[in-house]
Design a binder for this molecule. Structure first.
Ligand SMILES: Nc1ncnc2c1ncn2[C@@H]1O[C@H](COP(=O)(O)OP(=O)(O)OP(=O)(O)O)[C@@H](O)[C@H]1O
Ligand SMILES: [Mg+2]
Length: 333
């Protein structure tokens, strides 16, 4: 059962890419008003189609906001030692100290980040050497070996070069490395994408094992609702830079309220399926040129006149939140 202590909180978080284009600026509203309360001891999933801003949200939560990305509004508060800190008010050295020890980030495509000419044990030594002072090479190797072994990965991978391992194993090593210093919060961006189904299972199990042993928080981004169904305790559905629905994963699948969430669930392959699955008609909007009102209205089978005009606020129904006029006080459910 998830503990309700909040570890990460945002309010109206906005981060936009501000691009110079001939004759002016182009603004890509990748994170555009996100409210989150992510708890200790949970796997929080973030789902949504390609281009809806998931990776940008991860980077922003991790405090990695570099040009052309800019923080436009809001703060990202983390709880720590009975207090809280805003990731954007930290100085660079403080932020560096917290990275990997308090919060760790496995970026999208992490399996290709390893240096191809360095054996994995040397990657581990470099990493440990920069965080644990005063350890000998042998001690660091012993820590790396124990860690790898505890996570059920073969210790022999430490003697391998990255290219000698499969993509799935590289991904697991990237995740294992992120967990090495027992961080309270781990961000994992599309860790299963581009892996086949059997290998995905190993990656998913590793994430679950890490969360179970550290009792920490894992924020898992994937567009794959099947993975979320297996791993996430709670789920935030993202569309056009916003979280448009949030609930316990079981509740989302049992009782999806937003028509977009319904589409995501309907597009999952079903047992015995032969034909094409339903998908939302059309494409997600350009985040540089959002539709008026609710950004989903041009694709929504239930769109009402108000949806074109005004964006809905979040309606809260206990632990279930949804931003949709169908469920708003003024809408018709
Ligand atoms: N460095 C950048 N400069 C300008 N625009 C960017 C940059 N990175 C991302 N974008 C734009 O921001 C929007 C959100 O991108 P983001 O990568 O966050 O989406 P995503 O949900 O992670 O997509 P995917 O599922 O494909 O990984 C997209 O329109 C993308 O083109
Ligand atoms: Mg992404």
């Amino acid at each position: 059962m998830a503990h309700k202590e909040v570890v990460l909180r945002t309010k109206d978080l906005k981060a936009h890419y501000v691009l110079d284009v001939p004759g002016g600026k182009k603004i890509v509203k990748a994170v555009d008003g996100v409210d989150l309360e992510i708890r200790r001891n949970e796997i929080y999933g973030i789902a949504g189609e390609s281009g809806c801003g998931k990776s940008t949200l991860m980077k922003t939560l991790y405090g990695l906001v570099n040009r052309p990305l800019r923080l436009i509004n809001g703060s990202v508060y983390y709880s720590k030692d009975g207090g809280a800190f805003d990731v954007f008010s930290l100085r660079k050295p403080e932020l560096r100290r917290l990275r990997w020890t308090y919060m760790a980030y496995v970026p999208q495509g992490a399996m290709s980040i390893f240096n191809p000419v360095i054996k994995l044990k040397d990657t581990y030594s470099d990493f440990l050497g920069s965080h644990l002072r005063g350890k000998t090479e042998d001690e660091m190797f012993a820590i790396a070996k124990e860690h790898i072994d505890q996570l059920g990965l073969p210790v022999s991978i430490l003697d391998a070069y990255p290219h000698q391992l499969s993509g799935g194993m590289r991904q697991r090593v990237a995740i294992a490395l992120a967990a090495l210093l027992r961080p309270s919060v781990i961000f994992a961006d599309e860790p299963t994408t581009a892996l086949d189904v059997v290998v995905q299972r190993g990656v998913v199990q590793l994430l679950k094992d890490i969360q179970m042993s550290l009792h920490n928080t894992i924020i898992l981004v994937t567009h794959d609702m099947g993975i979320h169904a297996n791993v996430a305790d709670r789920l935030g559905i993202m569309y056009a830079g916003k979280i448009i629905e949030e609930a316990a994963t079981v509740e989302i699948f049992k009782n999806p309220l937003h028509p977009y969430t319904q589409f995501l669930i309907d597009s999952l392959p079903q047992f015995g399926d032969t034909g094409e699955r339903a998908s939302a008609p059309g494409q997600p909007p350009s985040l540089a040129d959002l539709p008026t009102g609710c950004a989903f209205h041009p694709r929504c089978p239930k769109a009402m006149p108000i949806c074109k005009v005004e964006a809905p606020d979040m309606t809260v129904k206990g632990e279930h939140r949804v931003a949709c006029w169908l469920w708003d006080e003024g809408g018709v459910a």
